[in-house]
Design a protein around this ligand. Structure first.
Ligand code: CA
Length: 492
């Protein structure tokens, strides 16, 4: 056999592999994991000692750990809306925390993270908590084809927990239908029923809104984390041969906190700590699956949270436990002030780890970034240009992920969305005076009645209001916040 007849095909094959590798490298798989209500201090790589998160710590060591990453809002729905659309949710009425009867709030046809990636040839999937509404009108009819939903705004596949774990309906949706629904026992929801009323209990746990019917389709609370992980891994496995985008929104660690028995009692911070460790177990399984399928090197894996941490029982029963006592001194938001819902840093500054071996530089980054930036970042990653009306508040944070241009921030300001709007710029944080004043209905988060200015460079815990010493900064930042509000966009 002549040498040429062996060498040529081998070379051709090698070049083919190299070309395919280059193409794949230009378009990594993207797995974006959004935890629920996990705070800045909840993982050991962010300082926790009473909760152990070995998988997240390993991920942080292999990737880049951000210290100034923010959720676009201090609560669930608006964060998810902004992540999906690249638009601050506070610009659009009706994007507050939704009931399980709400219609879809993302207009089909607009540019979203999944629709943009689909355009670039990605197969797109969502697994987990949706909470962006379903159907064309409220109340959602869960008994037939449920649409529009994720499949109408860019996803190829959906496995959903429709609203939240503590809101009805307590059933799974796959693509357009409730899984395992008996047509003879249709679902009807009554959102006049408050959590804690006798009619609000499902699986022995009080929910917001009563669920009538759908008995055969009810989820099992202590199996939610395992089932979602299984669905996420199945999506990855099914699509391993081509570029894919998976948006994996976990139920952990939102209430009700019902860990699988193997995690119960494993932390030193009560049930709330146990479900953080269950979340860490989920991350471990995703990492193992990426390794097993030899996808880890070609996957941008991001793990973060949808808002800051909070100690809440959110109901009369013990399974929701998460009290100051059971928390045992664990600081869910580290040294930060405020919690979920608040305009202080504890409301939106969240853990954020990104890994893409050989591309995302290892170490830590103090770059100011936000989940609202994912749209412009996905566009940059796939070589697409955003149209002028798409993602009005989305900045490309690829340089921060890849570690280039360390001295140039990707965004020089950010609006933080708590119960009032706050503004970050450089070392400064402005919370303008609010007409509302006082406390909210739970007596938790007050709205500042005078302007508050903090110098985060030496006061990250927002303890000293220095507005009086820096009237010019207050004036400039107030004007910028007003401009960002009035202009309808902040992306250049
Ligand atoms: Ca949340």
């Amino acid at each position: 056999m002549k040498l040429k007849s062996i060498v040529l095909p081998v070379l051709t094959a090698l070049f083919g592999i190299a070309a395919a590798f280059a193409a794949d490298n230009a378009r990594p798989n993207i797995v974006f994991i959004l935890a629920d209500d996990i705070g800045y201090g909840d993982w050991s790589c962010y300082g926790a000692t009473k909760v152990k998160t070995p998988n997240l710590d390993r991920l942080a060591a292999q990737g880049r750990r951000f210290t100034d990453a923010h959720s676009p809002s201090a609560v669930c729905t608006p964060t998810r809306y902004a992540f999906m659309t690249g638009e601050y949710a506070w610009r659009k009425p009706g994007t507050g925390i939704l009931p399980g009867t709400a219609a879809l709030i993302v207009e089909p046809g607009r540019v979203t993270v999944p629709s943009l990636l689909k355009q670039a040839g990605y197969t797109t999937g969502v697994v987990g908590k949706w909470h962006l509404g379903l159907g064309a009108q409220s109340p959602t009819d869960y008994n037939g084809e449920i649409k529009p939903g994720p499949l109408e705004i860019g996803f190829d596949y959906a496995w959903l927990l429709p609203a939240t774990g503590d809101r009805t309906p307590c059933v799974w949706i796959e693509n357009h239908r409730v899984v395992g629904l008996d047509p003879a026992d249709p679902i009807k929801l009554d959102y006049t029923v408050q959590r804690g009323q006798p009619e609000s209990f499902v699986n022995g746990i009080p929910r917001i809104g009563r669920q009538i019917g759908g008995k055969a389709a009810l989820w099992k609370d202590d199996e939610i984390a395992d089932l979602l992980t299984k669905k996420a891994v199945a999506f990855i496995e099914k699509n391993k041969a081509k570029p894919f985008f998976l948006y994996f929104a976990t139920h952990d660690i939102h209430v009700p906190r019902v860990p699988h028995p193997r995690f119960r009692g494993t932390s030193q911070a009560g049930v709330r700590g146990d479900v953080i460790q269950e979340f860490d177990g989920t991350i471990g399984e995703i990492m193992t699956a990426l390794d097993r399928l030899k996808l880890a090197d070609n996957t941008l894996l991001i793990v973060t949270s949808d808002n800051g941490g909070v100690i809440d029982t959110n109901g009369p029963d013990e399974v929701n436990a998460g009290t100051v006592e059971t928390n045992n001194g664990h600081l869910q938001n580290g040294v930060l002030r405020g919690t979920k819902g608040s305009p202080y840093e504890g409301g939106t500054r969240v853990p954020f780890i990104a890994r893409w071996p050989g591309h995302v530089q290892t170490g830590t980054s103090d770059a100011l970034i936000c989940h609202v930036d994912m749209l412009a970042t996905a566009a940059a990653l796939t070589g697409q240009k955003l149209t002028a009306d798409a993602g009005p508040d989305s900045f490309n944070i690829l340089p921060a992920l890849l570690g280039e241009k360390r001295d140039q921030p990707c965004r020089d300001h950010l609006v933080e969305h708590g119960n009032v709007l706050a503004l970050r710029k450089g070392q400064w944080k402005l919370i303008p005076a609010s007409a509302g004043g006082g406390k909210n209905k739970k007596g938790k988060t007050r709205k500042p009645t005078v302007a508050e200015l903090y110098n985060l460079a030496d006061d990250i815990a927002e303890t000293k209001n220095v507005a009086g010493q820096h009237p010019e900064t207050v004036k400039e930042m107030s004007a910028l916040l007003q401009e960002v509000r009035e202009k309808g966009r902040s992306r250049p």
